[in-house]
Write a protein of this length. Structure first.
Length: 247
């Protein structure tokens, strides 16, 4: 017997309605069929590995971002500190240049006022009825040994020296004197030698020779003395500022 379907669309619709896939059932059936523990452990290990790799990637990415920010900050600090270091070295070079100039001026000052001090001390010590014939320098060297460093100089930078400033022996001139004079009183010669020795600028006063000579028809004592210049104690020197009025 031959049957003819006069409405073919109705059969397709009924098939399509009855052909739906139940994924929950399929998954439950797959889990029920999988009974091998090694396969389950492998699956769990794979899932754990994926999670660990993801966590490590996130951690490394965050750490790389933090290190990049620190690197940029360090580069900016390096640029800023480089400019500061250049300025510091420039200031130190200027300071060293000024210190050298000041030391040079001090050495000139130490030599500049030697003879004024000597002549002033000799004139102050000269007793009455005594006069000088000549005051000459007997040595040719006018500078001390340059190889000897100044004493009592602290090697620590920034350390404030205590007491009076140290004497720069490298700039102290060596001056030896020969004094020739005459006096009518032999005791005046002794007084003159004592006053010279008491001076802070003169040392090693010795009598070389004394004799009786005739001056203007009178007997006088002619004497010859040797002496040397010495650097006075800094507390003995008083400095006074010089000011000039500008009109």
């Amino acid at each position: 017997m031959i049957e003819i379907n006069l409405n073919p669309g109705s059969a397709k619709k009924s098939r399509s309605r009855g052909a739906g896939v139940n994924f929950a059932g399929v998954a439950a059936g797959a889990v029920a069929r999988v009974k091998d523990p090694y396969l389950l452990a492998a699956a769990a290990s794979a899932i754990a590995a994926v999670l660990i790799v993801g966590l490590m990637y996130w951690h490394q990415n965050a750490r790389a971002t933090n290190l990049d920010a620190q690197l940029q900050a360090a580069q900016q600090d390096s640029i800023r500190f480089t400019a500061i270091i250049v300025q510091k070295r420039k200031a130190e070079a200027q300071r060293d240049s000024v210190v050298q100039q000041v030391d040079l001026i001090k050495s000139f000052d130490n030599k500049r006022y030697v003879w004024p001090h000597l002549m002033d001390e000799i004139s102050r010590a000269l007793p009455p009825y005594t006069w000088l014939m000549s005051v000459t320098q007997t040595n040719s060297s006018t500078a001390a040994q340059q190889d000897q460093p100044p004493p009592n100089v602290s090697k620590k930078k920034g350390a404030a020296p205590k007491g009076p400033p140290p004497v720069d022996t490298a700039s102290i001139p060596v001056v030896k004197l020969h004094i020739v004079g005459q006096t009518v009183d032999i005791q005046a010669l002794t007084r003159f030698m004592k006053l010279l020795e008491a001076s802070p600028f003169i040392e090693n006063v010795t009598l070389v020779r004394s004799s009786i000579v005739v001056a203007d028809g009178k007997d006088v004592t002619e004497f010859q003395l040797d002496a040397a210049y010495q650097a006075p104690d800094p507390s003995m020197i008083k400095t006074v500022p010089v000011s000039l009025s500008v009109r």
